[in-house]
Design a binder for this molecule. Structure first.
Ligand SMILES: Cc1cc2nc3c(=O)[nH]c(=O)nc-3n(C[C@H](O)[C@H](O)[C@H](O)COP(=O)(O)O)c2cc1C
Length: 404
């Protein structure tokens, strides 16, 4: 990507040096546009040496290239960090009195601003109004962190860490590239694997880590959906960032309650969690002990409710699209796809994503292979690749069903 890094004249300008490094190390071309005041905090040679590009602050530099237009039109992302109270005010007013603010008026790409200033400046009604104006225009303004400020005092107004700014800014750019075909849709994704207690310390569970479910939630969110993640014992990272709301659950009974509560409001429910078919009939309240001389006690199992089948049968919201996942290993009687087809017809979900598991496939791996079948068992899509790629193929199929 071609990134413009705007730096305005706050004490935190030195942190933008680290941000520049991070963006360069992530493989992006970065042109730094400091304000004249910013150069009083960190000099042009630092920006030029670390970016490998020239630095100017004035529209009258390099006039033959009409820099503010060329830079703005060629950018894929603009990050302004730190954004001073003054820079926010000038941008909100549409001023164009230096190269940075002039360029901000010519860009078509996403703009991310990371304000940093004293708490009083941040809380001042003028700054609050300027931030609201910028946000209303689509600028992504990152809330400042709370902590130590320039002097001895501390409070909200601190520039977030460069790693956090880089992550958020790149995510904004990524989202801008993704179609917003789920905008305004409410989506529930269940992820992970349920645990059925045997006693307070032991359970019967499965190998699902939640990686595919998290990728599904993230993809839906990137495409504009409001996402509830019902998280069953996740081992994979990233749950808090991928959803608007995360509901942690442990057992199938808890998962069922959480999914049904969220599904009452949802346009789409994707059951990606591995849900136990059976649970111990009577889990012990105390830890089970080994009795010398006696063998292991048998574990009696009872059947769990079929959460997916219930959702299909009851359609908790009219027009709701219900998507199931079927992890299949194949056996002597049939292959993965044959089992998947039979299940698609039996379950009646709008879509069933069938994936091959076992032999190191499926669980906890970065990649997945999925056949997407409709309720008649006919294949409507196939995906092989990262779990994120698989998620996007599945959402393409969901978007088609929603569009009908
Ligand atoms: C030591 C020092 C630190 C400053 N730190 C900040 C700051 O963190 N945030 C801010 O909004 N202004 C800060 N200012 C004030 C700005 O430098 C001043 O408003 C300037 O006009 C900003 O210009 P610019 O927005 O064009 O870069 C600071 C000033 C000084 C002298």
């Amino acid at each position: 990507m071609r990134i413009l890094l705007g730096v305005s004249g706050g004490i935190a300008a030195y942190k933008a040096v680290l941000l520049l490094r991070l963006l360069r190390e992530a493989g992006h071309a970065v042109r730094v546009i400091p304000t004249p005041t910013a150069l009083r905090f960190v000099g042009a040679p630092t920006w030029e040496a670390l970016s490998g590009e020239p630095v100017s602050t004035d529209v009258f530099d390099d006039v033959e290239h009409v820099q503010h237009v060329a830079l703005g039109q060629g950018a894929d992302l603009v990050v302004v960090a730190p954004a001073t109270a003054d820079l926010l005010a000038r941008a909100a007013a549409g001023r164009a009195d230096d190269l940075l603010t002039s360029t901000l008026l010519t860009v078509h790409c996403p703009v991310v601003m990371a304000p940093a200033m004293h708490t009083e400046m941040w809380a001042h009604p003028a700054t609050v109004a300027n931030v609201a104006t910028l946000r209303a225009r689509g600028v992504h303004v990152i809330d400042p962190a709370s902590g130590r400020l320039t002097g001895r005092d501390s409070g909200p107004g601190r520039l977030p860490e460069p790693e956090d700014i880089a992550r958020e800014a790149l995510a904004v750019a990524e989202r801008a590239r993704v179609p917003q075909d789920l905008a305004g849709r409410r989506v529930v994704v269940s992820a992970g694997g349920t645990r059925e207690p045997l006693d307070p310390v032991r359970w019967i569970g499965n190998r699902s880590t939640g990686r595919q479910g998290i990728a599904l939630a993230q993809a839906a969110r990137d495409r504009g959906a409001e996402v509830v993640l019902v998280a069953a014992n996740l081992e994979a990272q990233g749950a808090s960032q991928c959803a608007d709301r995360v509901v942690p659950v442990e057992s199938t009974a808890q998962l069922r309650d959480a999914v049904r509560a969220a599904a009452a409001e949802a346009d789409v429910v994707v059951m990606a969690a591995a849900v136990a078919d059976f649970r111990p009939a009577s889990p012990s309240e105390a830890k089970l002990k080994k009795t010398p001389g006696q063998g292991p006690a048998p574990i009696e199992l009872v059947e769990n409710p079929d959460v997916l089948a219930e959702l299909v049968r009851e359609r908790l919201r009219p027009g709701q699209v219900v998507v199931g996942f079927a992890a299949e290993t194949g056996d002597v009687s049939a292959g993965v796809l044959e089992h998947g087809r039979a299940k698609a017809v039996r379950k009646g979900a709008d879509l069933l994503a069938v994936n091959a598991v076992g032999d190191g496939r499926g669980f906890g791996t970065p990649d997945n292979e999925v056949w997407v079948l409709d309720a008649a068992g006919d294949q409507v899509a196939y995906a092989r690749g990262t779990k994120r790629q698989v998620a996007d193929v599945l959402w393409d199929a969901v978007a088609k069903v929603l569009g009908r």
